[in-house]
Structure formats: structure tokens, C-alpha cells
Design a protein around this ligand. Structure first.
Ligand code: EPU
Length: 345
């Protein structure tokens, strides 16, 4: 266990924050030792300050010190569990880097994760917010999720249904939001397909393929296309501080959508669950005039307005102030409250 551990390399926003206590877990034994550690027990039971940190690519530490116990699960390993003529089931432990895991499945010609190429973060965090991009969500490839309780050490396996996946959400997300971490995801089993099932209809994937004269795309072409489109729109991790989308897309009633459509006929939209309509918050923020805005060490990415960036040397409060200004301005212009997608701790 480490004290006053620097987290700058462990949050992709790149803020210079520290953890009062920090422990990396590399094995199941490490987890069993952790739950007997007196500092851990104190943080868990007395002050309720335990944070499970994974790739740090969806987190904003709002204080310069996290006054509790940061647990960093980092178990490695990938195994093929079962193979039929149509599918392959693969287990990945939580500490594998998500984009490397996707590349591994793409290299094997297994379908299901190719649209999720190059998303930062680690495998253990992927189910927590049901990561999604370019018309795919991880929920469609998750078979089950293995967790271990941080009080009893008992293992519980969640079937896909028990994960209660929805847009950027799952049963695992509430403990992050309420800051009551009770268990760790230590492995995820994925079910991947052996036969082609490419999703090309989202955004400009198909156009990009056509423009590059790829008429019969392979899984590798799709993964490469997603990587190129992402690189054009999103800041490079490790170069500019960010957490990808800072806000969630807005979900509005049909009436609200029609009202806005009357005012802005070009407004983009997608159907959401239960007859609601999803409006890209990036478009709202862009139209409110924020794209490319910069103030001291922070700003709004000039190629995708949903992304807030930290240019280095700043404080988390600067991002929080910018967040509030953007929320107020979108509310004033469109009457929509946009919510952060990042976990603010
Ligand atoms: N748009 C603008 N201006 C902008 C940004 C977007 O007008 O500055 C418009 C675009 O032209 C497009 C629409 O908004 O019509 C949607 O934009 P985009 O396809 O870039 O996707 P998004 O809805 O902004 C979501 C995810 C991203 C994911 C992309 C691609 C959320 C919160 N974000 O963004 O996920 O990569 O779709 O599938 O759902 C992340 O979660 O960190 C993330 C990057």
C-alpha cells in the first residue's frame, strides 16, 4: 500500500491529484489481503471513502487529494473459454487495456468489438458505463461479469441481464456515482461471433469506406476506419488531457424535440428508449458557441464540442467552472439540462 500516491499518470485529464491511500491489485490474493488491511477497513467502514480506479479515462477528481482509499485492480490475462461453430467465448481480466483487447479480437477475426476500437480505459471498466461508439455498445458482447465483494471476499457473477445495461449505464454505475464502492469487477466474459456481422450504418463509417474504395470491408477495415475517425475528432490520450465525452447526450420528449426542430431544422437526432429522442449534446454546445473556446488551462475541443480538455498545469476546479458555464448557456439557449458523463469524484 502507498500513501499520498500521485495519480497524475492514472487520470487521462492529467490533473495533479493524490490519493491518501493507494493499492494496486495484481492477483486474487492481493484482493484477499486488501480486505484485511486496517487502513482499507477504516476507509470502507468508518468514512465510506473507497474508490475503484481503472484506466482513469472517465473520471474527474474534484479535489487535489482524494481523502480515502484508491484501489487499482490490475489483474492481467486473456483466455478462450469455449468455442462453437458460430461463437467464441473469451475471458479477459480487468487490467487488460481495452484497445489492445479489441485489437486482439479483431486480429483473430472475431466480430463484436470492432466498432469499439481505440476507446481508452481497461476491460474491467467497460461494463460499468456500457461503453459505446459508432453504433455498438459493449453490452451486446458481454456474456457475464465476475465481481468480488470488498467486505466478504465472496465472488458474484452477473449474467448479461443482471447487469441492467442501458445507454452509458449499468448496475455497476450507481456505486461509482454514490461513491459507495462495494465490489470489484475482476474479469469479464465476452461472446464474440465467428461470422461477419459488421455495423456500418452509424455516422460516416460507410462514407469513409466508400471514399477509400473499400467495397467489401473486412473486420480489420472497420476497426481501422473507426480508429481514423476517432483520431480526427478526439484529442490523443496522453497528449491533451480529456475524458472523451464530458457530457451525456440529451434525452428529450418528442414535444421538446419538435419545438427545437421548428427553430433549428438541421438539428441531429436519434431515437432513444420509450419514445424519447436523443439529441447530441456536442451539437447543442457547438451551436451555443463554445467549440474551440479556451480559458487559461482548459477549454472545449475544437473538433468535438462534447469534449472538455485540460492543456496541462490547471486545477480540476477550472473544468468544473467551465462545465457550469456551458450547462447554463445550453439551458438558456435550448431549455435543456445537459448532464456530465464523466464521474466527478
Ligand atoms: N456535432 C456537432 N458539433 C460538435 C460535435 C458533434 O454538430 O462539436 C454533431 C455531429 O455533427 C453529429 C452529432 O453531433 O451530427 C453526433 O456527433 P458524434 O457522431 O461525434 O457523436 P456524439 O454523439 O457526440 C457519441 C459518444 C462518443 C462516441 C461517438 C461515436 C456519448 C456521450 N458520446 O458522441 O463516445 O465516440 O458517439 O459513436 O454518447 C465517450 O463516451 O467518451 C465518447 C467519445
Amino acid at each position: 500500500m502507498e500513501k499520498n500516491f500521485p495519480l497524475r499518470e492514472l487520470n487521462t485529464f492529467g490533473f495533479d491529484v493524490k490519493a491518501r491511500y493507494f493499492q494496486e491489485l495484481k492477483t486474487m490474493d492481493d484482493i484477499h489481503h486488501l480486505i484485511q488491511n486496517p487502513e482499507f477497513i477504516q476507509c470502507r467502514d468508518a468514512i465510506n471513502r473507497v474508490l475503484i480506479l481503472s484506466g482513469g479515462s472517465n473520471i474527474l477528481f474534484s479535489n487535489e487529494i482524494y481523502d480515502g482509499f484508491v484501489v487499482y485492480p490490475n489483474l492481467k490475462g486473456i483466455e478462450t473459454l469455449e468455442e462453437t461453430d458460430k461463437t467464441v467465448m473469451i475471458r479477459s481480466y480487468c487490467g487488460e487495456v481495452w484497445k489492445d483487447f479489441v485489437d486482439y479480437t479483431v486480429a483473430k477475426g472475431l466480430y463484436g468489438l470492432e466498432n469499439l476500437a481505440d476507446i481508452p480505459g481497461k476491460v474491467g471498466a467497460a461494463p460499468v458505463q456500457n461503453i459505446g461508439a459508432y453504433g455498438a455498445e459493449v453490452k451486446d458482447a458481454v456474456y457475464q461479469v465476475h465481481t468480488i465483494d470488498l467486505t466478504t471476499g465472496k465472488i458474484k457473477v452477473f449474467s448479461n441481464d443482471e447487469c441492467h445495461f442501458s445507454y452509458r449505464n449499468s448496475v455497476f454505475k450507481a456505486p461509482v456515482r454514490t461513491r459507495r464502492a462495494t465490489s470489484i469487477i475482476f474479469a469479464v466474459d465476452f461472446i464474440l461471433k465467428k461470422h461477419s456481422e459488421l455495423k456500418l450504418d452509424y455516422g460516416n463509417i460507410r462514407n469513409y469506406l466508400i471514399n477509400n474504395n473499400i467495397t467489401n470491408p473486412t473486420i480489420k477495415d472497420v476497426a481501422a476506419t473507426v480508429k481514423t475517425i476517432r483520431a480526427e475528432k478526439l484529442p490523443e490520450v496522453g497528449v491533451v488531457g480529456s475524458v472523451g465525452s464530458f457530457f451525456q447526450n440529451a434525452i428529450v420528449t418528442n414535444d421538446k424535440f419538435l419545438e427545437l426542430k421548428g427553430l433549428y431544422p438541421e438539428i441531429p437526432s436519434y431515437p432513444a428508449d420509450n419514445n424519447f429522442i436523443k439529441i447530441p449534446s456536442g451539437w447543442l454546445i457547438d451551436r451555443a458557441g463554445w467549440k474551440g473556446y479556451r480559458e487559461n488551462h482548459v477549454g472545449v475541443w475544437d473538433k468535438q464540442a462534447l469534449v472538455l480538455v485540460h492543456y496541462g498545469g490547471g486545477k480540476p476546479q477550472e473544468i468544473l467552472d467551465l462545465m457550469k458555464k456551458i450547462q447554463d448557456s445550453v439551458k438558456e439557449k435550448f431549455g435543456i439540462e445537459i448532464r456530465p458523463e464523466v464521474n466527478i469524484i
